[in-house]
Design a protein around this ligand. Structure first.
Ligand SMILES: [Zn+2]
Length: 436
C-alpha cells in the first residue's frame, strides 16, 4: 500500500486542527486579536477587523462545504448523511439537508461561486442565494450562469446577489423558467413552525399565486365585516382568527373538531395552586395560565396529562383505555412526548411505536423496549451503519455510521417540584398534600 492511502479515521483531532490552521494560512494570515487590542483600534481599524473576520468566516464555511460534499459523495445516502450532520452539528435535519444540497451544488456545478467562498469573498448565506436561484438549472446551464456571475458577486449584499443570480439563471435557460414555475407550484406545502410564548407560524408555501391572493382577499373581507365599532380585536387579529376558524371548522366562530394534542402540567398547577410552566408536546413550554385556559374551554382540542409534582412522572392520562396493546403504545407516547431521536421534535402522537431491540432478536414486548420515532427516524434505524439500543432506564443510544455516539433520555417531565422550588406559587401557603 502506498503512503498516501492512510484511512481518514486515523487522523487525530489535533492533526485535524493543524490542518484547519494550515488551510486558513494558505492565503492571508488569520486575524488574531485580543478584545483589549480592539479597544485601542481606530474606527477604521475596527471595521477592517470585521471585514477580515467576515473573510475568515467565509473561508471556514467553504471548508465545511467541502467536507459536507465529500461525506455525502462517499456515503451516497442523503438521509443517512443528513442525520449524521444533524446530530454532529446540533442542527435540524432540514438545515443539514439544505447544507448538503448546497455543498453538492457548490462543489460540482458552481465552481466560480465556490472559488469566491474559498478566497473569503462570499459567505455561505450569499452563496446560498446562488444555489437557490440556480437549483432548477441543468448542470451545463448552471455552469454557464456561474461563469457569468463570477465577476458580479463580490461586494454585493444578499439581495443584490439573489437578483443577479436569478437574472443569470433565466438568461442561461429561458425555456426552463416556464418549467420551473410548474415545478414550484407542484412543491406547494403547508408548514407548521413553533415559536416562543405559546404561538406558532402556519405557512402555506409555493401556493399558486392567484389562489393565495383570492384566499387572502376572502379572509380579509370577512375580517373587515367583523370589525364593527365595538369589536376590540385588530384587523390583523381578526384575519388570523377567521383563517384559523375556516381551517378548523369550515365556519367562522364554529366549534373545532376534537383532535388529540398532549398538554402536560403538574397537579398543583392544574388546580391553580402553582404557576409552573406546562408543556405542549411538539411545541415546548407554555405558561400555566394559558394551559389552564386551553383546558378549561368546553371545545378544547387538547388532552391533559397530569404529572406528579414530586417525581415528574405521569400521574393521570385524563381518560382510561382498556386494550393492553393500545395502553402500552399510549404509555410510550406519553412518556416520550416527542420522537426519541435527539433534536427531533415531531410530537409522539404522530410517531410510530417501535421495538428498539428487534422482536425477532429477543426484544420483549414491554414499554421498556418500546420507543416513539417519527417515520423518518424510524426508517433511519434500518439504514446501514445506524445502531439503536435502549437501556433499561430508558436511555436510547444511537451509533451513527461515522461512529459518533448520541444518547437520548426520556427525562422526567419536569424537575421535582416542592413548595420551595415551585415558580411563583399562587398562594403563600400551598396545601401540604399537593403531591397526592
Ligand atoms: Zn424524528
Amino acid at each position: 500500500m502506498t503512503t498516501t492511502e492512510a484511512p481518514v479515521q486515523n487522523i487525530t483531532d489535533n492533526e485535524v486542527r493543524k490542518a484547519i490552521v494550515h488551510y486558513l494560512r494558505r492565503e492571508d494570515r488569520a486575524f488574531r486579536l485580543r478584545s483589549k487590542q480592539i479597544e485601542h483600534l481606530t474606527d477604521n481599524g475596527i471595521v477592517r477587523v470585521m471585514q477580515a473576520a467576515a473573510s475568515e468566516i467565509a473561508r471556514l464555511e467553504a471548508l465545511q462545504v467541502r467536507a459536507a460534499a465529500t461525506l455525502s459523495r462517499r456515503r451516497g445516502n442523503p438521509r443517512s448523511t443528513e442525520a449524521e450532520l444533524s446530530l454532529a452539528l446540533s442542527v435540524t435535519t432540514r438545515h443539514a439537508g439544505a447544507m448538503i444540497a448546497t455543498a453538492e451544488a457548490l462543489t460540482s456545478r458552481l465552481p466560480d461561486t465556490f472559488g469566491l467562498m474559498e478566497r473569503g469573498r462570499l459567505d455561505l448565506a450569499r452563496a446560498m442565494k446562488v444555489t437557490n436561484a440556480t437549483a432548477w438549472l441543468t448542470d451545463d446551464a448552471a455552469r454557464g450562469a456561474d461563469a457569468s456571475l463570477a465577476l458580479r458577486l463580490a461586494g454585493k449584499n444578499s439581495t443584490e446577489v439573489r437578483k443577479a443570480a436569478t437574472y443569470a439563471a433565466k438568461m442561461a435557460d429561458p425555456e426552463g423558467a416556464e418549467r420551473r414555475t410548474r415545478e414550484r407550484r407542484a412543491a406547494r406545502c403547508l408548514t407548521l413552525i413553533h415559536q416562543d410564548s405559546g404561538t406558532a407560524t402556519l405557512s402555506l408555501d409555493h401556493a399558486p399565486a392567484e389562489k393565495a391572493a383570492a384566499a387572502y382577499a376572502r379572509v380579509n373581507g370577512m375580517a373587515k365585516a367583523l370589525k364593527t365599532s365595538d369589536e376590540p380585536r385588530t384587523l390583523d387579529q381578526l384575519r388570523a382568527d377567521v383563517a384559523l376558524d375556516l381551517l378548523l371548522s369550515a365556519e367562522v366562530g364554529g366549534t373545532p373538531p376534537r383532535m388529540e394534542g398532549f398538554l402536560y402540567l403538574d397537579l398543583a398547577t392544574y388546580l391553580g395552586l402553582n404557576e409552573n410552566p406546562a408543556e405542549l408536546a411538539g411545541h415546548g413550554t407554555i405558561s400555566a395560565a394559558l394551559a389552564r385556559e386551553l383546558l378549561a374551554g368546553p371545545d378544547t382540542i387538547l388532552r391533559r396529562i397530569i404529572t406528579d409534582p414530586l417525581t415528574g412522572q405521569v400521574h393521570d392520562l385524563g381518560r382510561t383505555r382498556y386494550r393492553p396493546t393500545a395502553a402500552m403504545a399510549e404509555f410510550v407516547r406519553v412518556r416520550d412526548r416527542e420522537c426519541r431521536r435527539p433534536g427531533c421534535a415531531r410530537p409522539a402522537q404522530a410517531c410510530e411505536i417501535d421495538h428498539v431491540t428487534d422482536w425477532h432478536h429477543g426484544g420483549p414486548t414491554s414499554t421498556a423496549s418500546l420507543a416513539a420515532f417519527c417515520s423518518c427516524d424510524h426508517h433511519l434505524k434500518d439504514e446501514p451503519g445506524w445502531h439503536y439500543a435502549l437501556a433499561e432506564d430508558g436511555t436510547l443510544t444511537i451509533t451513527t455510521p461515522a461512529g459518533l455516539i448520541h444518547r437520548s433520555t426520556a427525562p422526567p417531565l419536569h424537575a421535582p417540584r416542592t413548595p420551595q422550588n415551585s415558580a411563583h406559587p399562587r398562594t403563600s401557603h400551598p396545601p401540604q398534600n399537593d403531591a397526592a
